[in-house]
Design a binder for this molecule. Structure first.
Ligand SMILES: [Zn+2]
Length: 354
């Protein structure tokens, strides 16, 4: 092009550039395009595989009018965990795209087969735990295919990830978060900021998550192993839909939005949380009936009876006892129990890190 014309073009671009930088490009997910300042919804298809059914993952995008982080909020990784699912329905309605800096991706029900068939832990088709098969396989079983779609379409697109859980349909739980410390130092530090901003006052320090992105196993750890801050939070359980558990998640999301400067207002971070170090999922050595003997939030000594397990005729098979002094974070509170399944989760206070 003629030199003079080129100079004019450069000048015009220079004038336009600052305005353009304030307006992010549209955000595309699946078949849906979100213009800046809009909220849109759609569903990610999870294709069928030989011998397996297809499914979908319903999502919403709240695409801010100004640029900023891409925060992924995921509910329903376990389909009988209802407060996370109900909280995101409210978050979708409450978030105003025009006021938001950045983008919030809401996954409303990650594990649709489990949700619709009301299964605990496992998907009905393959009997696998979605939160143990990440990053998934595009040609795998239903849980693996869901994980592959979530990894590619949600986690890889996000800058920050929060996987929102509660006690599963059989688990009676007090609220807590997991902070993973096995990823890169900057990711660990940024994840610490997220976990404090979400505001739950008990935080399990998880030092044992895998570091290989090809075998990340857990959803939030898939973000961590790919260099992104991510946390898992737990509020509610036992198949309940109580207001307190739902509101606690809404509050946590608002705290994270403020922390990431995506919103101006929001609750303060938790100031003096209880950091929990040594922790153990206690498991049953038998199949039969389970009788919980403690409540979540209860302080226990080494040797405290957590649960009794009997056979189907009432004969005692096992007394599950706490291996160390600590606090009960959840206990299974419905009678069915099979060999190897969790009975409860106990954690010990760590040295103060506040
Ligand atoms: Zn869960």
């Amino acid at each position: 092009m003629p030199r003079a014309f080129g100079v004019v073009v450069v000048m015009v671009l220079a004038i336009l550039a600052p305005a353009r930088a304030q307006t992010p490009p549209p955000f595309v997910m699946g078949a849906v395009t979100a213009a800046p300042g809009t909220t849109v919804s759609g569903a990610l298809p999870v294709p069928a595989a030989p011998g397996g059914q297809p499914t979908t993952i319903p999502f919403s995008i709240v695409h801010g009018a100004k640029p900023g982080p891409v925060l992924a909020l995921i509910a329903g990784t376990h389909g009988a965990e209802y407060p996370p699912i109900l909280a995101l329905q409210r978050v979708r309605a409450a978030l105003k795209a025009a006021d938001l800096r950045g983008t919030v991706v809401l996954v409303h029900v990650a594990n649709m087969p489990s949700f619709l068939r009301r299964t605990i832990y496992y998907a009905p088709e393959d009997w696998k735990n979605l939160n143990r098969v990440f990053p998934g396989k595009a040609d795998g079983t239903i849980s693996e295919r869901i994980a592959a779609v979530l990894t590619r379409e949600v986690i890889d697109r996000a800058t920050h990830v929060i996987d929102i859980h509660c006690g599963d349909g059989n688990e009676w739980l007090r609220p807590y978060s997991y902070w993973v410390t096995t990823s890169a130092p900057d990711v660990v530090e940024a994840s610490r900021g997220l976990v404090l901003a979400f505001g739950l006052d008990h935080i399990v320090i998880d030092t044992e998550r895998p570091t290989d992105p090809a075998a990340s196993v857990y959803l939030a750890n898939t973000a961590n192993t790919r260099g992104k801050p991510g946390i898992t939070v737990e509020s509610g359980g036992w198949a309940r839909t109580d207001e307190e558990s739902i509101a606690r998640i809404e509050r946590g999301v608002a705290g994270v939005l403020r922390h990431l400067k995506m919103a101006d207002a929001g609750p303060d971070p938790v100031v003096h949380p209880v950091w929990l170090g040594r922790n153990e999922v206690l498991r049953s050595q038998h199949t039969g009936l389970l009788y919980p003997m403690v409540e979540p939030g209860q302080t226990v000594a080494a040797g405290t009876l957590i649960a009794r397990i009997t056979d189907f005729h009432g004969q005692l098979l096992q007394e599950v006892r706490s291996p160390f002094a600590g606090e009960v974070l959840y206990v299974v509170a419905t009678p069915p129990i099979s060999t190897g399944e969790p009975v409860g989760f106990v954690a010990e206070r760590a040295a103060v890190k506040n």
